[in-house]
Design a protein around this ligand. Sequence first.
Ligand code: SF4
Ligand code: SF4
Length: 452
Amino acid sequence: MATTEKTRELRTGKTYHDDLAIVREELDKCMKCGNCMSVCPVYGADKLETSVTRSKIAVAEAVLDGELELDDPQVYEMLFNCLVCKSCMTNCPTKVNFDRIMLALRAALVRKNGLPWLKKMIFSTLKHPKLFDAGMRVGAALQGLAFKTEEGGKAISPRSPFARIGGPIGFDSEKQMPGLNITPLRDRVPEVVKVADATMKVAFFTGDSLNYFYPDAGQDLIDVLVANNIEVHIPKAQNCCGVPVLVHGDIETVRTLARNNIDTFDKTGCEYLITGCGSCGGAWQHDYTEILAADPVYGPKAAYWAKRTYDISTFLTRIIKLRQPTGRIERVVTYHDSCHLKKSMKVSAEPREILKGIPGITFKEMSAPDACCGSGGSYVLSHHETSAVIGRKKAEDINRTQADTVSVGCPACMMQLLDNVHRSGGKQEVTHFISLLAESYRREKTGKDSGR
Ligand code: SF4
Ligand code: SF4
């Protein structure tokens, strides 16, 4: 953050989430060179100048100068036709922090007009974890009415007539996604998984996706920590990380979620906080400190946890010395770099290091492994046609490797890849990289696939 920007934030007690004028310096850094065009996935899909970063920056300037209104329908569409993937920031010669600009614009829009009723209802449910949990369980119980179950109950696609109704948001009859689990991860495991002679204790922030959609991967992460003699705390009172709300500009709800999570993890007494999702980890490492910067109580607490939050791969390879697995897994594996994991948490080498250390795995790099998969949280629903074009390109890159497995470090990307690999006729299994490590440890004992 530039010094003057920081000074203004300290003077006013506001962040760019509260005051659009704070991003003026970021706007001024843009020289409209167009380098962002070559890496922006949305522009790559639709080839429209209005989709490119520099056009959105020009719109932000016009809004700040009073020449355009935020709720102008065309401005609104430009604001939300963005994955907030940070790809443009990797190719920008003047280091424009475009994510700040986009989040500041969306927050300003919410301050001006409030949230649409559906978003308001969903986001307020997130602030009541028991209510949200009950809703997810009802969804898990009723999903069979709208979806058909395939592949051992894991992948589902919409039944007719739901496919006809859901078609406009991408829920057509070909849609593949993981099923919601009746018993989420945090109900499957105790709050503390003890280990005899534990060398350390850590807290695991599961996030909602690992909790409800991929509890097996969450269990694998716990098993890996236990296999490395680490006691794991999984507080039941944790709630959503808030990133799905942050990208829609509802900052006060994110602040509530962040404070609840900080209180919950303070109580664990753990030294480290571990995540298995780039969005969740990015929230703890960066977003909480930014949105709570002016909060005298929670600002310092957020900063404390920011320094102690690690993706599971970084924790295993940089903080402790990973116990090298010896169980063989005969697979050809490729790896997709999730945007939040690589561009926010700066995690890229570590998952590859883990995968290459598993006996039997042949690692094949895909072309442009850090190109966005097109998920973008709700972007996959609001702009499903563009998302599908981006996802198809990623599936083609995966297919070209001839790998039989595509591994990922972020559950949202797993969902997008599952759907797009299926649609492109690929047969790859989509899995969290930690599940392959857990499988290797299990095979040390059994010598064969545990079949989980
Ligand atoms: S690459 Fe950076 S400086 Fe160039 S147009 Fe894009 S945002 Fe502006
Ligand atoms: S954040 Fe991603 S989608 Fe949005 S303008 Fe930048 S590169 Fe394009």
